[in-house]
Design a protein around this ligand. Structure first.
Ligand code: GAL
Length: 634
């Protein structure tokens, strides 16, 4: 460690440095990538799920018809391979040995004798070149049992026989699903750890056993974040064991509750960030908003899941092609898994043209795995920019409103030189155009225009960190206590209408790390100087960055102007594979940014640590710490 060559900001910092590896220092660099690396989701999983199309009224005929449609239409070849059976497949848990029994009246091929098995069905799907997904719940009971008594295909029998969820049966069920039945994906819902408190009417009536809730959708404070995370982690451990080395996908379905938007990336391969999507424009906005500011929380191996597609239904049906394309384009740009929720027996050429737009699908499946970053944000128009593996750009301009809007796209937003020509290819109309500096585009009501863009990169010999969110993991994001994110669209929920006071959104993550923005939806600005690129995070944080062969790291560091003078200084450190490479002085609110540089040649994991300069590991109101213009250079 070349400590002596570094500038120090006083004796207090020396003490900090020597204790950096201390076990109790949550910011101690590890030289490791700590986000989930198990399971197999190098790109967002794609496929079909029974839920949006059939609710719990699912059967073998419907599943196979959709599977056949995926193959016959060419959608499977485009990547739509997972065929997922959602709620409604189970009959009961056999009391003698705890084995789950399939509803064979609806899945005839599962009637294989004493022990019904999904193996014939998964074999069939595998033979078609597809993958098979199954559904379960983290608690003892399913969503239908708890919330929708009039659901079709409810589990039957005694209290114990109706306990079809994983709780108390994790090893047994995961073994059954993966080692015996050969499934490739599991979606694990969380209703059972949410809806059965002691005083629930269904518990008091003797229908179900009580399970003290771990999450409360209405209250982050009343949720046991560590408890629910632990249970999901146990399922993950069982999956590793019982998949016997076969690739699998672990899909978390906690609807953004329990602050899962912050930790889902450490546990599963995809994680729901919001409550259920509905075929309604407002609900699509809600789900979209739960992922847009979370680009740094998604990477190859762990994706933000804005829920399944509702293309083909309601506000996104064939009469609403503009809306359907918007929904699809946004999910693709934001790397949400593309899971069709439509009865594919009814697929029309128009809908196929949406699901099958290969150039849009390619954005979602781009191997770099960079979720699009918000380049411009308002209640009316949003501009998302995605950096692709070949260094090229994709951009989506989205009109959230029901009236036409003009939008100006600038070369700067694409991190391309304003003085050179920027070429655009419209991925829906296939028209080509070009501009210099900026261009004005007209967006129809609810329209999203999506382009591939090429030009001269502003940073000729490197990549800004905000252009590679797929390689960044906010291992510790500095958020002192989970708070609900107030920027999420509050839609009218179809299940309540406008009764009561309205949905009180409780999706955690407010104040988390952001690309090209400061926490709390603020812009990057240090001592009056705006920056249009960088990573915004809170003091008390540690980012892990995978270095893809670059040799230098540069940034301008300082306290963002959205902070407060009273919240103390911030010290910025750059670590390479566990060794300290550079450290800033104690940066104080209102003072200009300091240049920080480090030699990262041959370093695999660069860690960016922002510490409260007064030595406090956790502050009640941490300063926003800005890594402006952070970049890797050749
Ligand atoms: C919900 C879940 C839906 C669907 C449903 C089944 O909790 O979010 O996607 O799986 O349960 O009952």
């Amino acid at each position: 460690m070349k400590r002596q060559t570094l500038a120090f900001a006083g004796a207090a910092l020396l003490a900090l440095a020597s204790s950096a590896h201390a076990q109790n220092d949550p910011l101690a660099p590890t030289g490791r990538w700590s986000a989930n690396a198990d399971g197999h989701a190098p790109v967002p999983p794609m496929g079909w799920n029974s839920w949006n199309a059939f609710n719990s009224d699912v059967d073998e005929e419907k599943v196979l018809a959709s599977a056949r449609a995926l193959v016959d239409t060419g959608l499977a070849r485009l990547g739509y391979r997972y065929v997922n059976i959602d709620d409604g497949w189970w009959l009961k848990r056999r009391e003698s040995d705890g084995r789950l029994i399939i509803r064979t009246a609806h899945f005839p091929s599962a009637a294989t004798g004493k022990n019904p098995s999904f193996r014939p069905l998964t074999d069939r799907l595998h033979a078609m070149g597809l993958k098979a997904g199954i559904y379960s719940d983290l608690g003892r009971n399913s969503c239908g049992q708890i919330y929708t008594p009039d659901f079709k295909n409810q589990p039957e029998g005694s209290v114990a026989e109706r306990e079809v969820g994983l709780y108390g049966h994790i090893e047994q069920d995961i073994r059954l699903f993966f080692a015996e039945w050969n499934f490739d994906l599991i979606k694990v819902d969380g209703c059972g750890v949410r809806g059965l408190p002691e005083d629930a009417p269904r518990v008091r009536s003797g229908l179900y056993r009580a399970l003290p809730p771990l999450v409360d959708m209405q209250s982050l404070g009343a949720s046991d974040v560590a408890g629910v995370r632990k249970l999901y982690t146990e399922v993950g451990r069982a999956l590793r064991v019982h998949s016997h080395g076969r690739p699998y996908v672990y899909s978390l379905c906690l609807w953004g509750a329990g602050d899962v938007r912050s930790w889902g990336k450490d546990v599963g391969n995809m994680s729901r960030t919001s409550d259920d999507i509905q075929p309604l424009w407002g609900r699509m906005l809600t789900n979209l908003d739960t992922v847009t500011h979370r680009a740094l929380y998604a990477h190859p191996g762990s994706w933000n899941d804005a829920d399944m597609l509702f293309v083909g239904t309601g506000d996104f049906d064939q009469q609403h092609e503009v809306e359907a394309r918007s929904h699809f384009s946004l999910w693709a740009m934001l790397n949400s898994p593309l899971i069709i929720g439509y009865d594919l027996r009814k697929l029309t050429p128009e809908l196929l043209a949406i699901f099958g737009n290969a150039e849009i699908v390619a954005l979602n499946q781009d191997p770099a795995g960079n979720q699009a970053v918000l380049a411009y944000d308002s209640d009316e128009v949003q501009i998302f920019v995605k950096t692709l593996a070949d260094g090229g750009k994709a951009v989506a301009l989205f009109n959230r409103t029901g009236a036409p809007r003009k939008a100006i796209l600038t070369a700067e937003q694409l991190k391309l030189l304003a003085t050179s020509e920027v070429r655009l290819r419209d991925l829906w109309s296939k028209e080509e155009s070009s501009f210099r500096g900026d261009t004005e585009l007209v967006l129809a009501a609810h329209e999203t225009r999506v382009f591939r863009a090429g030009g001269t990169r502003r940073l000729a010999d490197g990549l800004y960190l905000s252009e590679q969110p797929g390689r960044i993991n906010p291992a510790v994001d500095g958020v002192p206590a989970p708070l609900p994110d107030p920027t999420i669209h509050q839609s009218i929920t179809p299940w309540v209408g406008t009764r009561g006071g309205g949905e009180h959104v409780q999706y955690g993550g407010w104040g988390g790390a952001e690309a090209d923005r400061a926490p709390f939806g603020k812009l990057l600005r240090i001592a009056g100087k705006p920056y249009d690129t960088g990573i915004g995070i809170l003091a008390g944080s540690r980012l892990e960055v995978r270095n893809a062969g670059f040799s230098r790291f540069n940034a301008m560091v300082g306290v963002n102007d959205s902070g407060r003078p009273s919240d103390g200084p911030v010290v910025f450190e750059v670590w390479g594979d566990g060794k300290l490479l550079a450290r800033s002085g104690a940066m104080v609110f209102g003072t200009p940014a300091e240049a920080l540089q480090a030699n990262v040649a041959k370093v695999r994991i660069v860690e960016l640590v922002a510490r409260a300069g007064n030595g406090a590991v956790r502050q009640p109101t941490p300063q926003p710490a800005t890594w402006a213009e952070a970049a890797f250079l050749k």
